[in-house]
Design a protein around this ligand. Structure first.
Ligand code: C5P
Length: 403
């Protein structure tokens, strides 16, 4: 399994406040991006006097946000949305003034407002003159922030003002490494999640096969979300044209039998199994060596045999994962059919969605209900990525009760 950076695909708000160490924040923005993070820089007005917003925009590829009362910014990703979007708010450099505001819950600008509105991980890298750092009020603010945010640095040495002492902002690499080592790795940290995705292809002859309309998008979105929440993810994919989400190990298969074998080969120690694949229920009993000929072969007689039910075999095997979750794509009586499958296949939950008219297949949006044996939970409609994040957050809570 490839070791990935904690930052891979993480949403980071990099708060830059007004001090000479702003130049080091440029290097930090690049370093976080190099480790796979999506970095949104938020500057205070004072910071813009040291480094231009354009510099950060060029380094991160995202427009820098500065003002709270900018109607254009609020029309796009508003401040509350941004607070929800962030996995981590890192303020670097963090001046004595901003430290005081954060410690005392004051929110006079966009950055401090985001900080107060966000429930995500938080960190600061203080940077200030050594005398300011030693000041009892600064030290009292530092105390107040302990336990609420990770404090990285400051380092000691010669300062920009010529003083020698503590107050230099830590180096970009050190900040990234410290966060990498100490941050929680999300609610699925330390777990192994296996997800099946896409259709299966069941060959009839060397050029033809039985298949279905599954695009694989939901399974891939789930794999990406599980990785974001800290899991080690194995994605077992039928034939689809989708890029492997970063940090996810992928095994490509073609038929249901291949998928069955691959799933069981990785099942030891798995915590969560999600069967998002639209597995073909049947396959031709015999695969013709040669292309069938309409004139010669009896085309009304392609005998079919049943494929193994992969998820049922996972749910009933001796090394059963802690949670086994299925999908039920139905065209009518959706919840009723889902409930029947939940019981028949011995699952912990089944994710039901309505596919009447084929409107879910291949689309980016979806709407699902998670059906448990004793209750249902409807997930708000959204993109497959958003819905996946919601589903996995819910499942991580259930998993933590079972592990
Ligand atoms: O019975 P149905 O195909 O509707 O059940 C859907 C669930 O069962 C999905 O989670 C799907 O991945 C799984 N399944 C399976 N193996 C099969 C058929 C379905 O794992 N042969």
């Amino acid at each position: 399994m490839t070791q990935t950076s904690w930052f891979q695909n993480k949403h980071i708000v990099l708060g830059v406040t007004g001090g000479i160490a702003c130049y080091k924040a440029c290097e930090l923005a690049r370093e976080l991006g190099r480790r796979g993070a999506i970095v949104q820089v938020v500057m205070t007005e004072a910071a813009t006097a040291f480094v231009s917003a354009l510099t950060f925009q060029a380094l991160t590829g995202r427009e820098v946000k500065i003002s709270m009362l900018d109607p254009k910014a609020e029309a796009g990703m508003g401040h509350i949305e941004l607070a929800r979007w962030a996995d981590l708010i890192l303020v670097a450099p963090c001046t004595a003034n901003t430290m005081a505001q954060l410690a005392q819950g004051k929110a006079p600008d966009l950055l401090t407002t985001l900080w107060t509105a966000a429930a995500c991980e938080k960190a600061i890298a203080p940077a200030m003159n050594q005398q300011m750092w030693k000041h009892p009020e600064t030290q009292a603010n530092l105390e107040r922030l302990h336990g609420k945010a990770q404090i990285i640095g400051p380092d000691s040495g010669v300062q920009a003002c010529g003083d020698v002492g503590s107050g230099r902002m830590s180096e970009a690499l050190d900040i990234a490494d410290t966060l990498e080592k100490t941050l929680h790795r999300g609610p699925l940290a330390g777990t192994h999640v296996v997800i099946t995705a896409g259709p299966t292809h069941e060959p009839i002859d060397p050029v033809r096969y039985l298949a279905n309309r599954s695009s694989g998008k939901m399974g891939f979105a789930l794999a990406e979300a599980a990785n974001r929440l800290g899991a080690t993810v194995t994605l077992i994919a039928g034939p689809v044209h989708l890029e492997t989400p970063a940090g996810v190990s992928r095994i490509d298969v073609e038929t249901a039998s291949d998928m069955h074998a691959s799933v069981h080969s990785v099942l030891d120690g798995v915590d969560l199994f999600i069967g998002a694949a639209a597995v073909c229920d049947m396959r031709p009993a015999a695969v013709s060596d040669q292309k069938l000929k309409k004139s010669k072969d009896d085309l009304s007689q392609i005998a079919l045999v049943e494929n193994p039910d992969i998820i049922q075999s996972v749910a009933t095997c001796s090394n059963r994962p802690t949670l086994v979750i299925g999908f039920a794509a139905e065209t009518e009586s959706v919840l009723e059919h889902a409930r029947q499958k939940l019981t028949a296949k011995s699952l912990d939950a089944i994710i039901a969605n309505c596919v009447s008219g084929g409107e879910i297949f291949g689309q980016d949006d979806t709407q699902v209900t998670v059906v448990y044996s004793d209750h249902d939970q409807t997930i708000a409609a959204g993109t497959k990525s958003e819905v996946s994040q919601e589903i996995l957050t819910t499942l991580s809570q259930l998993l933590s009760k079972r592990i």
